[in-house]
Design a binder for this molecule. Sequence first.
Ligand code: FAD
Length: 315
Amino acid sequence: MDTESFRRLLQSLLREPPKRDEPMRNHTTLRVGGPADLFINVHTVEELATALRAAREHEVPVTILGQGSNLIVRDGGIRGLVIHLCGEMTRIEFDTTEVRVGAGVYLPYLLKKTALRGLSGLECCAGVPGTVGGALISNAGTVDQFIGDRVDRVTVLTRDGERWTLDRSQLQFGYRWSSLQNFPGVITEVWLRLEVADPPRILQTIRDRLRYRTATQPVHIPCAGCIFKNPPGLRAGALIEQCGLKGYRIGDAEVSPQHANFIVNRGSATAKDVLELSELMRQRVHQSFGVHLEYEVQIIGEPDEGIVREGLPVI
Ligand SMILES: Cc1cc2nc3c(=O)[nH]c(=O)nc-3n(C[C@H](O)[C@H](O)[C@H](O)COP(=O)(O)OP(=O)(O)OC[C@H]3O[C@@H](n4cnc5c(N)ncnc54)[C@H](O)[C@@H]3O)c2cc1C
């Protein structure tokens, strides 16, 4: 089925009309990325299941988008359907220390809500600007505390629109990794187990962490967080800085002078600029220290020409 016919089909099935050729730079925190063939907001789990089934039936590839804060979308854009969760999947329900959270909930909002309720356990995610679904995929957090520590169970929809609940024993979490990355479906909600604590104390911890971030990271400039994972026992940022790359630019993509593991977009950087720069950072670190940096950001979309990107994670 061609894109226009599939768009019309989705339009007949969903409450919000699909958008065509939606620029992904409008949906990523780094502000790069070419157009998605089709982009939809789904408001209920049922709508999500309907869209997934239709895509499956007509062999249209699907990409799930959170806040786009851990993504580099290539300049060629995304073929097929991009789905963004909203409505029903942005709800939060409290049951004593257990919290049921929709995958589309914005993490900073969840942190505020849980802190005001006197529930502690998510402070490690202070300043992580993604959704709960995106946070579960990469097990967001610090180097030693993660959202995964708090997960009790997760509900996912398969590509056939079937609903599964995975409990703790079926899930694994590691540093910037979770077994959910291997699950061919969409996270719709999660149950988190938190601990009772004093709200002012939790809020103070969050404020302290945010202050530290503002002092050490380019949080107010378009970026995608850390580009590379920290190699065991090392700091990727320190290795890149020792290569003298802070402030180095390709086009409008710049190695942040504040934190060398961040690439910032100084205005009109393209994904090509960003990826050429990240490859350069990787090569220099390898030449200088023999250390192979692994990408923390996910790189998706149509490949552009001329850049060798061996071994990059693609969803
Ligand atoms: C300034 C800044 C600071 C950051 N600091 C940190 C930090 O300290 N620690 C940290 O861990 N990260 C950090 N990040 C990275 C990023 O915020 C996290 O990885 C975040 O959890 C990504 O969530 P997202 O909703 O933006 O996901 P996206 O970037 O939209 O998507 C990431 C991946 O998750 C998948 N995905 C999203 N939602 C779902 C779903 N419902 N079901 C299935 N798959 C889904 C997407 O398909 C994609 O593969 C930072 C980013 C920025 C910009």
